[in-house]
Design a protein around this ligand. Structure first.
Ligand code: GLY
Length: 438
């Protein structure tokens, strides 16, 4: 079977790894990811947003199935285009991808279909009306552009925005400049609790959830500094998290199942990966947002643990007959190494040296992200460079292996040493206990 993977980062590298175990891999990426290049039968370097070019490559290679890694081509309708050519896809149609690309659609779905775990919110395309809503809201507020912003558009009053007046200025900028492509903004209550991710395979009807994971969006240790694409993540042996019990996990999965039913009724079947970002609040799980693709870094916590063939699961997604997915009962820790200066001004074009052999000997794996391979050397871009992932019998064992592996990478890079450490996890547990008063 020939499978095309669209995308360039560490998320796509791990997808390519599990695809190449049971199929011929073809890759369409925006620059040469050394890990993907090594695994692929053939690869093509091109812009992932040039959908006609992607289609042309898929046809010329005669691929049977395509897996779309990032959200932007999904939002532009790449799946609709490939389906017209008879190429099966793991990824939702443009209409179903609105679950991520249109936050107003997503929030309304919860109201119209009575789905649990929503928030108090309003959607506005009029600056003045939005201003009145802010004046009367009476709760802590988050301002979100409606469409995709590459993780940079969401701002919390009291954190990224000084006060309500600052929020109003940002609302005006979003509406007047159509930030994210829509002259529209979502204003919603700020959720307080611990955030976590559940990723699931979806075949239009059935939702097969994977182990939960927790990402670390802040750049610096102790959850300090600017928000990034994610500095690392961990998962536990039982598929839950130290602060997330079975009931909260199952309640979250139920929210995802109800969402998929609602999407089917509104716009048709959703086939692909659903990423639920939840907040465990005092009153249970609430949905922060959905993504229509795997998480980055969270894909690296779950895919290496798969015991079921990923290729078989992809075929079942396409055929609408998903069965069971089994995972090794192991904990994982993933740490991203990023250029110094990231995320504001990450140092691009510096050479990094990665001793893959030593990393593997230490028991960890390497997944390359926004780097470029030229003349057998690996160059940074301004974004995340590579992720190291280790599995173990406990989170702390995985953390130790992962941390040791970081010493086998040389370059103008930094990482968060605290991801997956007992001290940081205890802080998460205590936060939840304080919130629940237990
Ligand atoms: N972990 C954040 C994301 O995948 O968007």
């Amino acid at each position: 079977m020939k499978i095309l993977v669209v995308g360039t980062g560490a998320r796509e590298h791990v997808i390519c790894q599990v695809v190449s175990q049971n199929a011929e891999l073809y890759s369409y990426m925006s620059n040469q990811n050394p890990g993907i290049a090594k695994l692929a039968e053939k690869f093509y370097i091109g812009n992932e947003m040039e959908l006609e070019e992607v289609k042309k490559q898929a046809i010329s290679w005669g691929v049977d199935l395509a897996i779309i890694g990032p959200e932007s081509p999904l939002g532009e309708g790449i799946v609709d285009l490939l389906l017209e050519e008879g190429i099966a896809c793991v990824g939702p149609t443009q209409a179903a991808a609105r679950i991520e690309t249109d936050k107003a659609f997503m929030r309304k779905l919860f109201i119209d279909h009575g789905i649990d775990g929503s928030v108090t919110y309003g959607v506005f395309d009029d600056v003045e009306e939005a201003g009145h809503f802010i004046d009367d809201f009476g709760k802590e507020l988050v301002v979100k552009p409606v469409g995709l912003t590459g993780g940079k558009g969401v701002k919390i009053v009291g954190e990224h925005l000084k006060d309500d007046e600052d929020a109003k200025k940002y609302v005006k900028e979003i509406i007047n400049n159509k930030i994210s492509g829509y002259a529209s903004v979502v204003l919603e209550e700020r959720l307080v609790g611990e955030e976590y991710t559940i990723q699931a395979l979806v075949d239009g009807n059935r939702v097969i959830p994977m182990p939960a994971a927790q990402d670390h969006p802040h750049a610096y240790e102790g959850d300090q500094g600017p928000i990034t694409g994610g500095m690392g993540s961990y998962s536990d042996t039982n598929g839950l998290l130290p602060f997330l019990d079975e009931k909260a996990y199952q309640d979250s999965v139920k929210i995802m199942e109800d969402t998929i039913k609602a999407v089917r009724k509104e716009v048709g079947p959703y086939k692909g990966i659903l990423y639920g970002q939840f907040m465990l609040c005092r009153d249970g799980p609430r949905l922060v947002e959905y993504n229509a693709r795997f998480g980055d870094p969270e894909a690296m916590n779950v895919l290496p643990l798969l015991k079921t063939s990923f290729v078989e699961l992809c075929q079942q997604v396409v055929d609408g007959n998903l069965k069971k997915a089994s995972f090794e009962p192991k904990a994982t820790v993933c740490k991203y190494l990023v250029p110094n200066g990231y995320p504001e001004s990450g140092r691009a074009n510096s050479i990094i040296r990665v001793d893959e052999e030593k990393i593997n000997e230490a028991g960890a794996g390497v997944y390359y992200a926004a780097v470029n391979q030229k003349n057998n050397q690996i160059f940074t871009s301004s974004s995340r460079a590579l992720a190291l992932v280790a599995a173990g019998e406990s989170i702390s064992e995985a953390e130790e292996i992962c941390e040791k592996a970081t010493s086998f990478v040389d370059g103008d890079l930094y990482h968060r040493r605290d991801v997956g450490t007992t001290a940081l996890i205890q802080k998460r547990i205590k936060h939840m206990e304080d919130l629940l008063g237990t």
